[in-house]
Design a protein around this ligand. Structure first.
Ligand code: RP5
Length: 171
């Protein structure tokens, strides 16, 4: 089994239903990853240990998801010079999701967190793969294939609309 290149962490197991989308993408594109729960406020020591050992353990990117007052991605970014991608999660303690978006997005100057959309874990997985793809030709090739598949899907949809007519497709 190859060493994980991406670390996917989340503040609670309740975030898994969203964060699994990052894992699914990495699995599909064949990038080894690890996935676990690291809570900034419930397990602060575990967070420090995880983030400060991440580079020496071989990780290249960290994807961190959290809801509510989502301080996990920013705190992890403060403890490592690896790129951190933050996923704001709409959780049971969220007001409307903006709380997590702003907590993750509005990092003070000097400690960036690349923030994706609310519940945007799939994009976080794609972005992590793209970061790794800058120095890995095989991964870059698989990402190009993924992009082509997106294009093909749209081409098929407009071909279908033009062939069947929009009314038929809304019935
Ligand atoms: C955050 O609080 C977690 O990231 C999660 O999104 C939210 C709720 O956590 P649980 O109460 O479900 O464990 O720290």
């Amino acid at each position: 089994m190859s060493k994980p290149m991406v670390g996917i962490i989340m503040g609670s197991q309740s975030d898994l239903k969203i964060m699994k989308e990052a894992a699914e993408f990495l699995e599909a594109i064949k990038i080894p990853f690890e996935l676990t729960v690291v809570s900034a406020h419930r397990t602060p020591k575990r967070m420090v240990d995880y983030a400060s050992s991440a580079r020496s353990r071989g990780l290249k990117v960290i994807v961190a998801g959290a809801g509510g007052a989502a301080h996990l991605p920013g705190m992890v970014a403060s403890l490592t010079s690896l790129p951190v991608i933050g996923v704001p999660v709409k959780s049971s303690n969220s007001i409307d999701g903006w709380d997590s978006v702003l907590s993750i997005l509005q990092m003070p100057s000097g400690v960036p967190v690349a923030t994706v959309a609310l519940n945007g874990a799939k994009n976080a997985g794609i972005l992590a793969a793209q970061i790794i793809g800058t120095s890995d030709k095989n991964i870059a090739k698989r990402l190009d294939q993924y992009k082509s598949s997106l294009q093909k899907k749209v081409e098929e949809s407009f071909a279908e609309i033009e062939r069947k007519g929009w009314k038929k497709l809304t019935e």
